[in-house]
Write a protein that binds this ligand. Structure first.
Ligand code: GTP
Ligand code: SPV
Ligand code: MN
Length: 592
């Protein structure tokens, strides 16, 4: 391989555009020291040792969890803050009612006021990163400037960070997303996450938590990227990407959009039930998917990330053995509990007992759960037993089906298929789900979360729905669209009717058979549903009558739902595509 022209240059000399911006930020923030992150293991070790020395990171049991560490965040800084997240476009209408808005000049003034001198006594880290395989035409780069070494360590796992990313920025004529971050004083009253999509810039102050602080993730790869994707004709989505090989040896890739903490990581790493021999599952991504129409008229997808920032609670050898095995080494844990043995512990682990809670206090059930409900692990995708090299494929993987889903105790059936792309866009726009601990605020409240992108679309949802329709119109071979719900509960509301996890392969296998034209279905007002006999139920352990219940469509409930969806579409006024109202009309006509 030829040596890159910049191989012997020092990092600040590789891209004049990056260097100029770093100088400008240093002028504003006044750090004591500056450090460019080169991506090497030596650099990672050095940062980790600094954090260990400052007791901001704690080693876990070295014999059972080698190279695993625990970080505790500030107790008021444990999740995304949607009420403090802004899209700053010149016109308020372009951010849409789905976003909080501020005028760009006002946003910059507010943020620059907070950033002024904020790094005095601190180190300014420069983290060049690439979202996507470094040699993929679909990948995009950014630079995060942060004063948090914890953020740098996470970015080193979650993105392709360091020298190679900086070289790609130079090769891309110095084009990159500017992400400026400081933990500030972690004061919730001085905390804002602001996006300037037209300037490809992000300013985040006052939080060290994942989605607020790892700027490559939600801020760049979803909010800024969705805005860019609209102008450039592609899609940036809150979706997992998984490959499924059937017993005949055929592999299909699907992309699934479920809201935060609603099962993406788990489906992406699924282990087939023993009663479905011959199936294999390959994880391409667990949270974000960038899709482009390919020359063959199909959608091709890459995972812009290189690691998982996953929900810890509920992860057990029974529910998600792949995840459980993935996080046994080289893993950063945030806000989990500890056993007496100094091993990580969380609710739903299925074994062991907590001794120390997530705040560092002796565990007492009176204080609530031992692990924070939104405690997380950060780990390289390479450690996943279901990892596939396709995650590095620069042209991505072809998508056969798109699956929307939500966490709904009532109404939404286990699975149904949209009639076509346009109807599928309505199904995605109408996604509703119970809120979870991934964002601060009340948990368990059903809200609309179109395409699982409510917190992440960088522009007006009305325009976004139209963009989805436009993409579909360009595809000669569009993926089929489905909707799933693993979370239906019985009338007493006490437990889930569907066993979930590995058994989710049963409805997904039906979906793939539908794509292949091989599976039966009943046509209903809302779309095509499997009859119980259309699903593989060999070895399925489910209460009598439960399957029939979760495969039924109750017209009275759905009439109410469609009236609500119509009202919701109305919130986007004239930006809502007419075609979606046509689809609502169609469902209502079929319900009557
Ligand atoms: P983000 O990282 O926040 O975007 O979340 P995610 O969509 O990747 O969610 P994840 O897979 O981490 O699941 C969140 C929670 O839902 C965990 O506690 C899981 O154990 C639980 N969960 C996932 N799949 C299922 C399922 O099929 N059934 C049930 N009952 N729970 C599930
Ligand atoms: C989510 O909340 O959807 C996440 C976690 O994936 S975070 O990166 O914090 O947004
Ligand atoms: Mn997510």
């Amino acid at each position: 391989m030829a040596t890159a022209p910049s191989a012997f240059k020092s990092l600040p000399d590789i891209s004049p555009e990056v260097a100029a911006w770093v100088a400008e930020v240093a002028q504003l923030t006044q750090p004591d020291r500056m450090q460019w992150f080169d991506g090497s293991t030596a650099e990672v070790a050095r940062l980790r040792n600094e954090l260990l020395a400052r007791k901001e990171l704690m080693p876990l049991n070295p014999s059972t969890f080698p190279d695993c560490y625990l970080a505790r965040s500030h107790p008021s800084d444990v999740a995304r803050v949607e009420h403090l997240t802004f899209i700053c476009t010149p016109e308020k209408e372009d951010a849409g009612p789905n976003n909080h808005w501020m005028a760009p000049a006002e946003g910059h003034a507010k943020m620059d006021g907070l950033f002024k001198g904020c790094m005095k006594g601190r180190t300014l880290y420069v983290v060049p990163y690439c979202m996507g395989p470094i040699d993929s035409p679909y990948a995009r780069c950014g630079v995060e400037i942060t004063d948090s070494a914890y953020v740098v360590l996470n970015m080193a796992i979650m993105t392709r960070a360091g020298r190679a990313a900086l070289e790609r920025i130079a090769a891309d004529n110095g084009k990159f997303v500017k992400g400026l971050h400081s933990t500030g004083e972690l004061d919730p009253n001085r905390r804002f996450i602001m996006h300037f999509p037209e300037e490809l810039s992000i300013k985040s102050f006052g939080s060290g938590y994942g989605g607020n602080a790892l700027l490559g993730k939600k801020c760049h790869a979803l909010r800024i990227a969705s805005f860019q994707a609209r102008t450039e004709g592609w899609l940036a989505e809150h979706m997992l990407i998984v490959g499924l090989q059937n017993p005949q040896g055929e592999t299909h890739y699907i992309a699934c959009a479920f809201p935060s903490a609603c099962g993406k990581t788990n489906l992406a790493m699924l282990i087939p039930p023993e009663s479905m021999p011959g199936w294999k599952v390959f994880t391409v991504g667990d949270d974000i998917c960038w899709m482009q129409p390919g020359p063959d008229g199909r959608l091709w997808a890459i995972n812009p990330e290189s690691g998982y920032f996953g929900v810890a609670p509920g992860t057990s050898p029974k529910t998600n053995k792949n995840a459980y095995d993935t996080i046994r080494k080289d893993t950063l844990f945030t806000n989990v509990a500890l056993t007496a043995n100094n091993e990580p512990w969380w609710e739903g682990m299925g074994k062991g007992e907590p001794a120390i809670d997530w705040l560092g206090n002796p565990y007492d059930p009176k204080n609530g759960p031992a692990a924070h409900p939104n405690s997380r692990f950060t780990v390289s995708a390479h450690h996943n037993p279901a990892y596939t090299k396709e995650a590095e494929n620069p042209r991505g993987v072809p998508i056969s089906a798109i699956v929307f889903g939500g966490r709904r105790r009532e109404l939404a059936p286990l699975i149904y298929q949209a009639r076509n792309w346009q109807h599928g866009v309505l199904v995605g726009a109408g996604v509703a789900s119970e809120t979870t601990a991934a964002a601060t605020g009340a948990v368990g409240i059903v809200r609309r979360d179109s395409m699982a992108m409510k917190p992440f679309a960088g522009y007006n949802f009305g325009d976004y729905f139209q963009h989805w329709l436009n993409i579909g119109a360009k595809l000669k071979n569009a993926p089929a669209i489905f909707h799933v719900n693993w979370f239906r509960q019985g009338a007493d509301g006490s437990k889930f009717l569907w066993p979930g996890f590995g058994d989710n392969l049963r409805p997904i296998a039906w979906a793939l058979d539908r794509v292949a034209g091989k599976a039966g279905a009943q046509e209903t007002a809302i779309g095509f549903l499997p009859r119980p006999q259309d699903l593989n139920t060999t070895g399925l352990d489910i209460a009598p009558g439960a399957l029939e219940e979760i495969l039924s469509v109750k017209p009275e409930q759905w009439k109410k739902e469609m009236a609500e969806v119509r009202a919701y579409l109305g919130e986007y006024g004239s930006r809502t595509p007419r075609a979606l109202y046509d689809e609502v009309d169609g469902v209502e006509k079929r319900l009557n």
